[in-house]
Ligand binder design. Structure first.
Ligand code: HEC
Ligand code: HEC
Length: 210
C-alpha cells in the first residue's frame, strides 16, 4: 500500500529528488561511480521511507543517517537472503548487488542528522541509567559496553544514537520474541531482561544521543 502510493508519488517528487541529490557533497570515499549509483537508488525509492539523507521523517522507518556502512550492507544482504525477515525490506533489497549494498552503506554513513529532544526528563534519567549502567539486579549489561558511551557503535555494531524511539522499542521486542531473525543471539538475551519501563526509557534516552 505504502509502496504503491510511493510509486505514484515518484513522478511528482522526482524533480525535488534531483535537487536534493545535487546537494550531496563530494565524499572523501573514492568510489565516485558507486556513489552515483547509490544516489540513483536512494532517489529512486529508498527516500520514500528513509528520506533522501536517511533522516526518516516518519518514526515508523529507521534512520539510516550516520549508520555504519558495513552494518547497512550486512542488513541489506540479510534482507535479500531472508536471514533478517521483513516483508517491507525484502523486495527493496532483492535486486541489489553486493557492490550496491556497500555503496548505499557509504552513502548513508556520510549523512548527519541531529538528535531528538527528550519529551520526559524523568523517563530520560531512567533511560540514561539503563544505557550506561545496566541493571545489576536483573543481570542486564550496560548498552554502552557494546554500542559505545554515546551509542555510536562500531563497524560491527550498529549505531543507536538519534534513532527513533519507536524503532528501537520495536526492534527490542522483535529480538525478545526472536522475530528479528538475524544475529539475534546477543540481543535476544539482553532484550529478554528488559522490563517495559526500561525499554521505553532506554529508547527515549538513545534518541537524544548525538
Ligand atoms: C516502503 C518503505 C521502505 C522503503 C522504500 C525502503 N525501506 Fe528500508 N526499511 C523499512 C522498514 C519498515 C524497515 C524496518 C524493518 C524491520 O523492522 O524489519 C527498514 C529497515 C532498513 C534497514 C535496516 C536498518 C537498521 O537499523 O537495522 C536498512 C539498512 C534499510 N532499510 C535500507 C533501505 C534501502 C537502502 C532502501 C532502498 C533500496 C530502503 N531501505 C527502502 C522501510 C523501507
Ligand atoms: C554484548 C554486546 C551488546 C550489548 C550489551 C547490547 N547490544 Fe544491542 N546489539 C548488539 C549487536 C551485536 C547488535 C547487532 C545485531 C545484528 O547485527 O543484527 C545489536 C543491535 C541492537 C539494536 C538494533 C539496531 C538497529 O539499527 O536495528 C538495538 C535497537 C539494540 N542493539 C539496542 C540495545 C540496547 C537498548 C542495549 C542495552 C539495554 C543493548 N543493545 C546492549 C550487541 C549488544
Amino acid at each position: 500500500m505504502i509502496v504503491k502510493k510511493g510509486v505514484v508519488m515518484i513522478r511528482t517528487v522526482v524533480r525535488f529528488a534531483a535537487l536534493g541529490l545535487m546537494a550531496v557533497s563530494a565524499s572523501s570515499w573514492s568510489g565516485e561511480a558507486e556513489l552515483k549509483r547509490a544516489e540513483e537508488i536512494v532517489g529512486g525509492r529508498c527516500f520514500l521511507c528513509h528520506g533522501l539523507n536517511g533522516e526518516s521523517a516518519s518514526a515508523v522507518f529507521p534512520r539510516l543517517a550516520g549508520q555504519h556502512a558495513d552494518y547497512i550492507a550486512r542488513q541489506l544482504s540479510d534482507f535479500k537472503s531472508g536471514k533478517r525477515s521483513s516483508d517491507t525490506m525484502k523486495p527493496q533489497a532483492e535486486d541489489l548487488t553486493p557492490a550496491e549494498m556497500k555503496a548505499l552503506g557509504e552513502y548513508f554513513q556520510s549523512k548527519v542528522v541531529g538528535p531528538r529532544r527528550a519529551r520526559d526528563q524523568e523517563l530520560l534519567a531512567v533511560g540514561r541509567y539503563v544505557f550506561t549502567r545496566g541493571n545489576e539486579f536483573s543481570g542486564l549489561p550496560a548498552c554502552s559496553t557494546c554500542h559505545g558511551a554515546q551509542g555510536l557503535g562500531t563497524p560491527q555494531l550498529p549505531r543507536l544514537a538519534g534513532q527513533h524511539p519507536r524503532y528501537i522499542e520495536d526492534q527490542l521486542k522483535q529480538f525478545n520474541k526472536r522475530e528479528r531473525t538475524n544475529d539475534n543471539a546477543v540481543m535476544h538475551t539482553i532484550a529478554s531482561k528488559l522490563s517495559e519501563l526500561e525499554t521505553h526509557a532506554v529508547a527515549e534516552y538513545i534518541a537524544t544521543l548525538d
